[in-house]
Design a protein around this ligand. Structure first.
Ligand code: NAP
Length: 248
């Protein structure tokens, strides 16, 4: 896959799946805008790991609508174009309904929906304005198996990812006339900071491969979806869950 001349904005690229995407896109020739929220050191570490020059670090809390708009504008100004948006930034917070207070319940829903869903929706809006005016682009949203399988300890997370899947399908239809291809990737457990403390033997055994995914495996799927020649896949939600949850 060749992404020479292409530019990519990846939210939450300081660590985990976002960092793995940044590494692979840069290896394939793209210039990458690395978004992070708090962890500047990790974002700089990602930048040092990238092949080639001209990559960018853009701080923004995706839950802040103004910050999202600035993030996209800065990327377009610095690169002169934006070809690919990967909405990867996300949080996973436990808030079991039987245990948390009403206040904590509301706060968890607000934080989760703002970061995982509204942030991605706003990034889609801002990136699409540029892509529509410049002949098209690709948007890939990182959702989750939890959208289908349920998240009993983190219901706002499951709901945010299910909504992100639905948003991806709606935007695939709305943006197809503008040559913007929209897809979603729904991983099962992935071995990153987010999964730390969760990857017990029982969790790994959910997959017949008896392991979680690597971030690199998710990133390879993202690059495929962003590549030339696969436009007809628009609207798809691609499971990358090691056969841990099969749906028809
Ligand atoms: P991670 O290792 O916890 O990294 C999260 C990344 O998102 C970091 O770069 C973090 O930035 C950034 N981030 C978090 N909140 C943000 C905000 N409000 N604004 C901007 N950036 C923010 O997570 P991961 O495992 O790579 O997960 C990436 C995506 O995959 C998420 O959407 C997650 O829901 C999804 N996913 C993960 C798994 C899994 O098992 N790991 C499974 C299914 C889906 P800082 O470094 O600045 O904090």
């Amino acid at each position: 896959m060749d992404f020479t001349q292409k530019t990519v904005l990846i939210t939450g690229a300081s660590r985990g799946i976002g960092r793995a995407c940044a590494i692979l896109f840069a290896e394939a020739g793209a210039r990458v805008a690395i978004n992070y929220q708090r962890n500047r050191t990790a974002a700089e570490e990602t930048q040092r790991m990238l092949n080639g020059d001209g990559h960018l670090i853009v701080q923004a809390d995706v839950a802040d609508a103004n910050a999202v708009s600035q993030m996209v504008n800065t990327t377009v100004e610095q690169f002169g174009r934006l070809d690919i948006l990967v909405n990867n930034a996300g949080i996973y917070e436990m808030h079991p309904i039987a245990d948390v207070s009403y206040e904590d319940w509301q706060a968890a829903w607000q934080r989760t929906l703002n970061a995982n869903l509204v942030g991605a929706a706003n990034a889609c809006y801002c990136a699409a304005q540029h892509m529509m005016a410049h002949g098209g682009g690709k948007i890939i949203n990182i959702t989750s198996r939890g959208a289908f399988r349920g998240e009993p300890e983190a219901p706002a997370y499951g709901a945010s990812k299910a909504a992100m899947n639905a948003m991806s399908q709606s935007l695939a239809k709305a943006l197809a006339p503008h040559n913007i291809i929209v897809t979603a990737v729904a991983p099962g457990w992935v071995d990153t900071d987010m999964a730390a403390g969760h990857l017990t033997e029982a969790v790994k055994a959910q997959s017949p491969l008896h392991r979680a995914a690597t971030a690199d495996e998710i990133a390879r799927t993202v690059l495929f979806l962003a590549s030339e020649g696969v436009a007809y896949i628009t609207g798809a939600i691609v499971d990358v869950n090691g056969a841990s949850y099969l749906r028809t």
